[in-house]
Design a protein. Structure first.
Length: 108
């Protein structure tokens, strides 16, 4: 997990999602035995232009503790209330290996 903003798993897990009726979103991250240093986070971003530019969609979940890590529910930005491309990103790592067992975007 690099120390700079980095897309998780390259661009192979991007998803096109219709958030028109969604009001809130959060991150669920399941971290295994090999976790990141304090301050390492995972969150989701959205794009309106096919991935040329990205904006923050959710709050962040810690990647620095083993087990299930959740962000708080965050209000969906008005500009994201349409069909958008989403991706998971990390930040504040220390270039170490982290056992990311699952990352989910939860929407309601």
């Amino acid at each position: 997990m690099p120390g700079v903003l980095t897309e998780l798993f390259g661009n192979i897990v991007r998803a096109q999602i219709d958030l028109t009726r969604a009001t809130q979103a959060r991150v669920y991250a399941q971290i295994g035995n090999n976790f990141a240093a304090p301050g390492a986070i995972i969150f989701f971003q959205f794009s309106l232009d096919g991935g040329a530019t990205w904006s923050t969609l959710t709050g962040s979940a810690a990647a620095s503790a083993m087990g299930a890590n959740l962000s708080g529910w965050t209000k969906i930005p008005g500009s994201a209330k349409q069909d958008v491309l989403v991706r998971a990103v990390s930040n504040n790592g220390t270039n170490g290996n982290v056992d990311i067992e699952a990352v989910h975007l939860q929407v309601k």
